[in-house]
Design a protein. Structure first.
Length: 113
């Protein structure tokens, strides 16, 4: 019986799936760093977005990292413009896509009402 259980355990695939977490709210902070500090180190925080699975938290909110590419520059522009006019945003992160510090990357952002 022990051998059968052992074989079943060995043959069972082990999967680790992340989950998508949707956020919506006002931007609490936007942080952008000089490139000498490295890539992918700009981030935003959304008021009230306090937990998203394995995503890292700072200052009481989930840190949403922006990649160092053209698309992320558009995301950053949208975040800045929403912050300046006080308009809420919504978007999504996936807690299986994190940087070395455990912070999740932005999947998308949009203006919301």
């Amino acid at each position: 019986m022990k051998k059968i259980f052992f074989v079943i355990v060995l043959m069972s695939p082990v999967f680790s799936y992340g989950a998508d977490y949707v956020f919506s709210g006002d931007i609490k902070f936007i942080t952008s760093h000089d490139s000498q500090l490295g890539a992918n180190i700009d981030w935003i925080g959304i008021e009230g977005f306090t937990s998203a699975g394995q995503c890292g938290v700072d200052s009481g909110v989930v840190v949403i990292r922006l990649r160092d590419d053209e698309r992320a520059r558009r995301h950053l522009s949208m975040a800045i413009s929403a912050y300046m006019v006080g308009k809420p945003v919504s978007g999504k992160v996936d807690d299986s896509v994190r940087d070395s510090g455990g912070y999740c990357f932005l999947k998308y952002i949009k203006y919301s009402n």
